[in-house]
Ligand binder design. Structure first.
Ligand SMILES: Nc1nc2c(ncn2[C@@H]2O[C@H](COP(=O)(O)OP(=O)(O)OP(=O)(O)O)[C@@H](O)[C@H]2O)c(=O)[nH]1
Ligand SMILES: [Mg+2]
Length: 700
C-alpha cells in the first residue's frame, strides 16, 4: 500500500479570519488524534487552545497557542492563531515558526479580509498549505462557493480532496476522493467509520478521482506521461504528486468538514502527516537565509540536525506559573536545556533554562530539542521575540519577524500617581509579549501614549494590564504636539530694570525674530557692534530666548523654525547681570513674537494605504476630506497603494473609519513626516481647546 516518506515532525499554523473555526478545529484535531477524551467548545470556554481569561471572556483567541502531540508516530506541532484584524501580528509571527499552514475558510462566509492579509504573508514566505472549509453543518453553506472565493482571492487552484456528505444540519461524513472512501464520524467519538462508496456514489467518485488525478499529473511532466500511458496513477504516484505539488505550491488541496461535529477532521489529520512537508524536506527546497551579524555576509541553513545550532524566538509569554517562556523554532542543530548559547541578535551569551513541550496551558519538561522542533524555553534574560540564538562560533541571524507597525495611539492616564510605575512596568512586560504594541512618553505633550493595531487591541492590552499587574488606567485621545512659528520679521526691545536701593538689576536688548524654513528649528545670531551689550552677557540673552521658546504666544506650544538675532541694547556697569539679561532676552522675544504673525504648525503623517481597487476612489476621497494630499497611487499585486500626507489630527480614529469604509479590506502604515501650517479657520478652535485643556474621553 501507500508508503509516504513520513518524517517525524510537522509544524503547522492554523490561520483564518476571526471566528472561522480555527480553535474549534484544533480541538477537533486533538480529539480525533486521541489526545483529549471529549470535544471542548469555544462557547463554553472548554477548549485546550483558548485558556487566557480574555479569550474566555470574549470567546475569541487573543494569542497564539501551541498544541504539541503525537499521532501516527509523528510529532505534530499545531499553532492556533488569532484571526482578529487587530491581532494579526500574532499570526504573522507564528508563520515564521512553521513549515506549512492550514487555512480555515467559513462555509458560509468564504475567504475574508484577515485571511487575504495573511495570504500575502504566506506567499512572501513561500509556505505550502491546505484549505479546510469549516462549518458545513450549517444550513445554507456551500463547499463549492467557499472554494470559489479561494480561487478569487488566492489566485491558486483549490483541489478538493474530500467533499461533504449531506452538508447542512444532517452532515455526517465526508467522501475522501484520494482514498475513494466514505468516512463518517461524529462529535461523541474520535473513531471514524470508513467504507467504500455505495452504488449511488460510483459515478461521482470516478469523476472526482479522475479530476484529482489529472490535476496532480498536470503539475509534473513525467507524472503526466505516466498518467497518459497508464490512464491512471497508482496510489503512491498520486501521493507523491500531491506531496510535491503542495510543497511547490502548485495547488491548494481542500478539505471539507465541521469542526464542532468532528466531521472531515480525521482526513485533515491524516493529510498533515501524509501530505505536508517535514522540516528537512522544506529546508531542502527553501533553505533558511540569514546573515552573519559581524561580517553581514549571507548564511544559510538547510534545517538539518547535523548543522550548527540556530533557532529563533517567535513568541514570548510571561506565564504566571512558569515565568518567562520563549517559544523557539529550532532551525538547525541540536540544543540541550540549561546550557549557554549565543544570542546573535543581541550579541550576548544567554543561559537557557528548562525546555518544555506545550499543550495549551500545560507544560511538560523535555531535555533537548533538535532541528525542526518547536520548544518553549524558560528564563531567558536578554532574548526577545524575533531574536536568533545559535552556536557561538557559527553565528547566524535570521531576519526580524516583520510585524505590522502600530497605527492607532491613545493617551493613558494612571488612576493615581502611585500607579504610574505599575502601569509603566506592566506595559513594558506586555510589549515583550506583543511587539505590535508600543508604549512611549511624549516629551512635548507629557502624556503616556499606548499605540497598537486598533481600539480592540488597546482595550485587550488594558484588560491584561489590570489582570496581570493590577494597574488601572483611563484612556483618552492623545493630544497633538502642535508647534508655533512666525510668518514675518519683527523687532522688539526687552528692558529689565530694577534699581531701587542696593544692588539693582539692569538688562536691555533689542531682538529681531525672522522665520526659518520648515524643519530648521532654532538659530541664534549676534549682530551687536561696539559693545552695546558686553560679550559675556550675550549667552544669557540666548538662554532667556531659549526658555521663552518653550511656550509660544498663540497657545503655549513650543516655537520652531525661527532665527532670533540680538542687534542692540545697553547695560549698566554695576547692576547688569546674567539673570537680568536673561529676563530681558525673554521679554524682547515675547514682544517681538506678537507682531511677527505667529501661526500654528501641526504634525503631518506620511501614510501608505493598501486598498482593494474597487474602493480606491472612496479611500482617496476620504483622504482629501481629511485635508490630505495624495502623493502617489501605485499598483501592487492584489491591491493599490495610496501614499498621502495627512495631518495627524485627522487620523486619530482612522483605523475604525478605514475598516468601515472598506469592510476591513484595506490596511495602512504611517509615520511622522513633517510639520505644516494649520489652516487659519482651524487655528482658533485648536487654541480654544488647548486653553480648556480638557481630555476627550473615548467612547467605545
Ligand atoms: N456550526 C458550527 N459552528 C462552528 C464550527 N466551528 C466553529 N464554530 C463556532 O464558531 C465560533 C468561532 O469558532 P472559533 O473556533 O473560536 O473560531 P476561531 O477561528 O478560532 O476564531 P478566532 O480565534 O477569534 O479568530 C464558535 O462559536 C464556534 O462554536 C462548525 O464547524 N460549525
Ligand atoms: Mg481561535
Amino acid at each position: 500500500m501507500e508508503t509516504a516518506r513520513v518524517e517525524p515532525v510537522r509544524n503547522v499554523a492554523i490561520v483564518s479570519s476571526v471566528g472561522a473555526g480555527k480553535t474549534s478545529l484544533c480541538e477537533a484535531l486533538l480529539f480525533a488524534g486521541g489526545v483529549i477524551p471529549s470535544l471542548g467548545s469555544v462557547m463554553e470556554g472548554t477548549t485546550v487552545s483558548d485558556f487566557e481569561p480574555e479569550e474566555l471572556r470574549h470567546r475569541i483567541s487573543t494569542s497564539t497557542s501551541l498544541l504539541q502531540f503525537n499521532w501516527n508516530q509523528t510529532t505534530i506541532n499545531l499553532i492556533d492563531t488569532p484571526g482578529a484584524l487587530d491581532l494579526l501580528g500574532e499570526a504573522m509571527a507564528a508563520l515564521r515558526a512553521v513549515d506549512a499552514v492550514i487555512m480555515v475558510v467559513g462555509g458560509s462566509s468564504g475567504v475574508r479580509t484577515e485571511l487575504v492579509r495573511l495570504w500575502m504573508k504566506i506567499e512572501e514566505l513561500g509556505l505550502p498549505g491546505l484549505l479546510f472549509v469549516n462549518g458545513l453543518d450549517r444550513e445554507g453553506t456551500s463547499f463549492e462557493h467557499a472554494l470559489e472565493t479561494c480561487r478569487q482571492h488566492f489566485g491558486s487552484v483549490p483541489i478538493p480532496l474530500t467533499v461533504p456528505v449531506n452538508p447542512g444540519t444532517t452532515i455526517d461524513g465526508v467522501f475522501d476522493i484520494q482514498h475513494d472512501k466514505m468516512i463518517r464520524s461524529g462529535s461523541t467519538s474520535p473513531k471514524v467509520d470508513e467504507h467504500s462508496p455505495g452504488d449511488d456514489l460510483q459515478d461521482f467518485s470516478r469523476h472526482a478521482r479522475k479530476q484529482l488525478v489529472e490535476a496532480v499529473a498536470e503539475t509534473d511532466e513525467p507524472l503526466l506521461e505516466r498518467y497518459l500511458s497508464q490512464g491512471d496513477l497508482t496510489p503512491n504516484e498520486l501521493l507523491d504528486g500531491l506531496r510535491r505539488g503542495i510543497q511547490m505550491r502548485q495547488f491548494l488541496p481542500a478539505y471539507a468538514g465541521s469542526a464542532i461535529r468532528n466531521v472531515g477532521v480525521w482526513s485533515l489529520l491524516d493529510a498533515i502527516v501524509m501530505l505536508l512537508p517535514a522540516p528537512q524536506e522544506r529546508g531542502a527546497d527553501h533553505p533558511w537565509h540569514g546573515t552573519d551579524p559581524e561580517t553581514h555576509e549571507t548564511r544559510q541553513r538547510k534545517g538539518s540536525a547535523d548543522e550548527p545550532l540556530s533557532a529563533y524566538v517567535f513568541k514570548t509569554l510571561i506565564d504566571p506559573f512558569v515565568g518567562r517562556l520563549s517559544y523557539c523554532r529550532v532551525v538547525s542543530g541540536t540544543v540541550q536545556a540549561d546550557t549557554t548559547v549565543w544570542n546573535a541578535s543581541k550579541q550576548v551569551r544567554e543561559k537557557l533554562g528548562h525546555f518544555y513541550k506545550v499543550l495549551g496551558k500545560r507544560h511538560v519538561p523535555v531535555e533537548s530539542a533538535k532541528a525542526g522542533d518547536i520548544v518553549a524555553i524558560g528564563k531567558l534574560k536578554d532574548t526577545q521575540t524575533g531574536d536568533t540564538f545559535c552556536q557561538e562560533n557559527a553565528s547566524i541571524c535570521y531576519a526580524a519577524l516583520g510585524l505590522p507597525k502600530p497605527i492607532v495611539s491613545f493617551a493613558i492616564e494612571a488612576k493615581s500617581k502611585a500607579e504610574i510605575d505599575k502601569v509603566s512596568l506592566g506595559l513594558h512586560k506586555l510589549i515583550e509579549e506583543d511587539p505590535t504594541l508600543e508604549f512611549t512618553r511624549n516629551s512635548e505633550t507629557k502624556e503616556m501614549v499606548l499605540s497598537g493595531m486598533g481600539q480592540f487591541h488597546i482595550d485587550l492590552a488594558l484588560e491584561k494590564l489590570q489582570r496581570k499587574f493590577g494597574a488601572e488606567v483611563a484612556l483618552h485621545l492623545p493630544k497633538i504636539a502642535y508647534r508655533e512659528t512666525i510668518k514675518s520679521k519683527s523687532q522688539a526691545q526687552g528692558k529689565y530694570k530694577k534699581q531701587t536701593g542696593g544692588h539693582g538689576q539692569y538688562g536691555d536688548c533689542w531682538l529681531e525674530v525672522a522665520p526659518l524654513p520648515r524643519g530648521h528649528g532654532f538659530a541664534f545670531g549676534n549682530r551687536i557692534v561696539g559693545g552695546a551689550i558686553p560679550r559675556n552677557f550675550i549667552p544669557a540673552v540666548e538662554k532667556g530666548v531659549l526658555e521663552a521658546l518653550h511656550e509660544g504666544p498663540l497657545s503655549g506650544y513650543p516655537v520652531v523654525d525661527i532665527l532670533v538675532t540680538v542687534y542692540d541694547g545697553s547695560y549698566h556697569v554695576v547692576d547688569s547681570s546674567e539673570m537680568s539679561f536673561k529676563i530681558a532676552g525673554a521679554m524682547a522675544f515675547k514682544k517681538a513674537m506678537e507682531t511677527a504673525h505667529p501661526v500654528l504648525l501641526e504634525p503631518i503623517m506620511r501614510i501608505d494605504i493598501d486598498s482593494p481597487a474597487d474602493v480606491v476612489g472612496a479611500v482617496m476621497g476620504d483622504v482629501n476630506a481629511r485635508r490630505g494630499r495624495i502623493v502617489s497611487v501605485t499598483a501592487l499585486t492584489h491591491l493599490e497603494r495610496i501614499t498621502a500626507m495627512v495631518p495627524l489630527a485627522e487620523l486619530l480614529r482612522y483605523a475604525t473609519a478605514l475598516n468601515a469604509m472598506t469592510g476591513g479590506r484595506a490596511s495602512y502604515v504611517m509615520e511622522p513626516d513633517h510639520y505644516d501650517e494649520v489652516p487659519r479657520e482651524l487655528t482658533a478652535k485648536i487654541i480654544e481647546r488647548h486653553k480648556a485643556d480638557r481630555h476627550v474621553t473615548v467612547t467605545h
